[in-house]
Structures are given as structure tokens and as C-alpha cells.
Design a protein around this ligand. Structure first.
Ligand code: PLP
Length: 398
């Protein structure tokens, strides 16, 4: 009989968004006449920008001809896309090289898969609340996790505690679910802590394109020496509407080296290449062609228009909550609005209350950690009409 990975027994029974989908499906099956508005899962609603769509079409045509057909691509992604990413970073004043970029099928996969590179006995530090993937993937591997509290008191931006040792630190900025974003000084403190403790920062910048405050960092690599202590994960999901199409990238600087138990210097860039070459056969050529168009000036300008649309939704949600006297956070440099559940309600109770009485779906904060117990997340990724209607319904509720 196979021995199973019993670490799975330590996971919550359901992935957060699967639990939400179950509850919504049960409700809609019982109430088919009710219009449910979904502002829960962070999925986009606007179509992919035309610059990328044109390249998808061209990619399809290339595959139709023997002369231009492409089979397996490079494990790390096509050079044309990696170079487009390098020039996007350069436009933001950050210097990386194409051989530090690994194209992926999304930041979820890579933030989960990266644990392959690390031993089981690392001290892991993860903010609470947090994107659940960081926690669950470490539990799957049997690692124990220390949590750092992200609360109203620290603006949901936990800072290093020099009395605690960590080997691996997860940071997500702008943050899912709280919408908080680190400034440069705060990120520098994290980089300094990581260098002092010989730790690594796993930095998820999946929402960097929502940053409107020019002083905020879009990448950890704008902090000096971060190349010696950080890996960055990013995604085209929210930047360009690739949630279904799937494309992201991970940047592993060549400078990132750690000493193994036999004294050898190991490059994480080389280890990740080795890992990807074994377990990953790349993202489709068509998708990579479309992704490269996203990083062109024209493609990015189109993406920014879509982001503005979502930012207007965030404004509508924020204004609606403010009107009800509900304290909210985020929604400015982030697509997420995070707020305390009214009347001191528990977040799953508030989820059910909102679904049953207003047919609005949000995300209960408890799904992101114990500090989310009394909080709720709404996303700006719906369409304007639904967002306005959802806030009107909430307005009438209490
Ligand atoms: N990282 C964070 C913080 C997210 O919130 C999400 C998706 O919601 C992802 C990564 C997943 O990105 P992708 O769609 O590229 O897998």
C-alpha cells in the first residue's frame, strides 16, 4: 500500500475559493431566480487587451504552417518574452537580465513550486492574513510556519522582529488580501534583515500594476542589495487579464547563492532551472507571444486603461463603505478593499449574511488567516454596473 503524504491531513479541508464556490453554488441552486453579484474571487472581467489578442492570432497562424510551427519551447520561456520583461523592468529603472527571468503558467504555481528548492527544516515566516498558497504549500511539505501579525496597528505591514530568526520570508506587496503596500524604507528594512540573517525573501508582486503612488516600489529589486536575498514572483493575470490564459514570471537573480552543507555555493537560479527542466514544459508559444505584447508600450498603455476601470470600481466600493461608516483599507494601490465586518460579525457569518440578504459574494477574511477573522475582502474586478448595484444593495442592508 502506498504511504500517502499525510501532511495533507494538516490542511484545512477546502481551499478557500473552493469553499466559497460550494456555498454560492448551494445558494444559487436553491434560489435560481436571484441575481448573485460576485466580488469575491480575484478574477477579472474585462477582455484581454487588443495588442495581446492580435499576437495570439498571429501565434495560431504560425502554428498552422510547417515553416513557422513551434513544438516544445525553452523551459525558462522564449527569449523574446524574457527580453520584453527585462525592458519593462528597465522602464521602471530596475536592471535585471533575461537569464534571471523564468516564464511560468502563473504566480500561483511558482509561489507554490518554489518550496521544492528548500529543505524541510527552514524557519518560515509568513504574514497573517495572507494569500493562502504560501501557507498551504509549506504545510504540504511538512514545514512548520511562524506567522507575523498584519493588523490595523501596523497598517497591515508587519516589519522584521530582530529577536526572531527566519530563513524564508514571504512578502506580498501590494497585499492580497489587505491592499496594503510597503514603501521603500520598509522594504529596505526587510532586505537588511534578510541579509543579516542569511535569509531569503520570496516577494510576490502580482499586483504591482495597481500601484498609483509613484514613490512606492513595484519590485523588490529597486532596493539596494535585494539581488542578494530575494526572489520575485509576478503575474499577467491581473495586469493583463490572463487569469484564464495563464502566464507569469519569476525573477531569480544570478547573485542569489547559498552555501550547502558540504560547503559548495549553490545558485538558486541554477537550481530553479534544473527544477523547471525536470518538472515543467513551459507556457504555450501562443500565450508567450501575447504576453510579450503586453509589455510593449502600446500593450501596457491598454492594460493601464483596464486597470483604471477597476480602480474606479475600487473607488465606488470605498465610497459605499465610507457612507455606511465602515472602516476600510486598501483600494488605492491595490484592487482589494479590506474592511471590518459590521456589527462585530465573524467573517464567515458576514459572508452568509451578505449572500442571503444582498446576493453579494465577497471573501471572508478568516480564509486568509486568524487575523482576518473579523474582516472581509471585496474586489474591484467586477463590472461597473454590478459593482454599483452591489454597493446599493449593501447600502440598504444595514
Ligand atoms: N499571488 C497573489 C498574491 C495572488 O493574489 C494571486 C491570485 O489571486 C496569485 C499570486 C496568482 O496569480 P496567477 O493567476 O498568476 O497564478
Amino acid at each position: 500500500m502506498p504511504k500517502l503524504n499525510e501532511n495533507y491531513l494538516n490542511l484545512k479541508e477546502n481551499y478557500l475559493f473552493a469553499e466559497i464556490a460550494d456555498r454560492v453554488n448551494t445558494y444559487t441552486a436553491a434560489n435560481p431566480e436571484k441575481k448573485v453579484i460576485r466580488l469575491g474571487i480575484g478574477d477579472v472581467t474585462l477582455p484581454i487587451v487588443s495588442e495581446a489578442i492580435a499576437q495570439f492570432h498571429e501565434g495560431v497562424d504560425e502554428l498552422a504552417s510547417a515553416k513557422t510551427f513551434k513544438g516544445y519551447g525553452p523551459y525558462e520561456g522564449y527569449a523574446f518574452l524574457r527580453e520584453a520583461i527585462v525592458s519593462y523592468y528597465a522602464r521602471n529603472g530596475i536592471c535585471i537580465t533575461a537569464d534571471e527571468v523564468f516564464v511560468s503558467d502563473g504566480a500561483k504555481s511558482d509561489t507554490g513550486n518554489i518550496t521544492d528548492l528548500f529543505g524541510k527544516d527552514n524557519a518560515i515566516l509568513i504574514p497573517d492574513p495572507v494569500y493562502p498558497v504560501y501557507v498551504d504549500t509549506n504545510i504540504m511539505d511538512g514545514r512548520s510556519i511562524s506567522y507575523m501579525d498584519a493588523t490595523i496597528e501596523n497598517d497591515f505591514l508587519p516589519m522584521p522582529d530582530h529577536n526572531i530568526h527566519a530563513d524564508i520570508i514571504y512578502l506580498c506587496s501590494p497585499n492580497n488580501p489587505t491592499g496594503a503596500a510597503y514603501n521603500k524604507q520598509q522594504l529596505k528594512e526587510w532586505v537588511d534583515y534578510a541579509l543579516k540573517n542569511d535569509a531569503i525573501i520570496l516577494y510576490d508582486s502580482a499586483y504591482e500594476c495597481f500601484i498609483t503612488d509613484e514613490t512606492l516600489p513595484r519590485s523588490i529589486f529597486c532596493i539596494e542589495n535585494a539581488r542578494n536575498c530575494a526572489i520575485e514572483f509576478c503575474s499577467l493575470s491581473k495586469t493583463a487579464g490572463f487569469t484564464g490564459t495563464r502566464c507569469g514570471y519569476t525573477i531569480i537573480p544570478k547573485d542569489l547563492k547559498y552555501t550547502s552543507s558540504n560547503g559548495a555555493q549553490l545558485s538558486l537560479n541554477a537550481l530553479w532551472y534544473r527544477r523547471q527542466a525536470t518538472k515543467f514544459n513551459g507556457v504555450s508559444y501562443i500565450v508567450q507571444k501575447g504576453a510579450a505584447a503586453v509589455f510593449s508600450e502600446k500593450g501596457m498603455a491598454q492594460c493601464k486603461e483596464n486597470i483604471k476601470y477597476y480602480q474606479e470600481n475600487a473607488r465606488i466600493i470605498s465610497a459605499g463603505l465610507a457612507k455606511k461608516g465602515i472602516r476600510y483599507y486598501g483600494g488605492v494601490n491595490s484592487p482589494y478593499i479590506w474592511f471590518e465586518c459590521p456589527n462585530n460579525m465573524d467573517s464567515w457569518n458576514f459572508f452568509d449574511y451578505l449572500l442571503n440578504n444582498a446576493q453579494v459574494v465577497g471573501t471572508p477574511g478568516a480564509g486568509f488567516g486568524k487575523n482576518g477573522q473579523k474582516f472581509f475582502r471585496l474586489t474591484s474586478f467586477g463590472n461597473h454596473e454590478n459593482t454599483i448595484e452591489a454597493m446599493e444593495r449593501i447600502d440598504k442592508l444595514f
